[in-house]
Design a protein around this ligand. Structure first.
Ligand code: ADE
Length: 215
């Protein structure tokens, strides 16, 4: 899976992609993340890409052409790419959307906005999915883009390895326990639910399915 990120702030991705599962997924070439900065595609002498909105309004708008050129560079000659346009007014991002993108595409372009948004004509040039990560407004699309990379990557074969393989049919529970079986904190004992120590797989599955999360 190759993620192509359109962003003014590629460094914002370094720390998250440089740790743990995603770091390993990149090293193992299960996923690849490339960056395209609209600033590199402007003819402006000062590399300025934001301007006030027509007809007034708060803040600045990112100009269409540098973003279009950045997307075009990311797209290259590929015909089958998914373009995700991040906006708080988009369709709610879900696990099932992530799974279907992971299944159907090898290249995903994620467009991260900043300021008051990107000139709407970008969406006229390319067919995009307008996606929101939730009912709140962030200062930019960099955090949403990382969230989307993370969620889609979990569905890419080999990223989770054997440990948490998403294909596993066993039931996942949001409550998990490990050693010790019991400990005390401020005088109170905290024990692992007995059923999990019982070795009775039918009972354990029943217990888990009551707490099931859809992964
Ligand atoms: N940019 C700012 N807020 C956002 C959100 N909730 N979802 C996607 N992109 C955003």
């Amino acid at each position: 899976m190759h993620f192509h990120i359109i962003t003014l702030f590629p460094k914002a991705f370094d720390s998250y992609l440089g740790e743990s599962i995603l770091k390993r997924a990149i090293e193992d070439k299960k996923i690849k993340v490339s960056f395209y900065n609209p600033r590199d595609f402007t003819k402006d002498k000062w590399k300025r890409i934001d301007r006030p909105p027509y007809a007034g309004g708060p803040g600045m708008v990112i100009q269409a052409e540098p973003v279009i050129k950045a997307i075009q560079r990311a797209k290259g000659l590929r015909s089958k790419v998914k373009i995700i346009f991040l906006t708080p007014s988009g369709k709610q991002f879900t696990n099932s959307y992530a799974a279907s993108v992971a299944k159907k595409y090898k290249d995903v372009i994620i467009v991260s906005g900043r300021y008051e948004g990107i000139d709407a004509r970008v969406k006229k040039v390319f067919k995009t999915d307008e996606v929101s990560i939730g009912p709140f407004v962030l200062t930019g699309g960099e955090l949403p883009a990382q969230l989307i990379i993370d969620t889609i990557s979990r569905h890419v074969p080999g990223v989770l390895g054997n440990l948490g393989s998403i294909e596993e049919s066993r039931t996942a529970s949001p409550d998990v326990y490990t050693r010790p079986e019991s400990f005390k904190y401020k005088g109170k004992a905290y024990a692992v639910p007995k059923v999990l120590l019982s070795g009775n797989h039918a009972k354990i599955e029943e217990w888990k399915s009551k707490r099931k999360t859809d992964k």
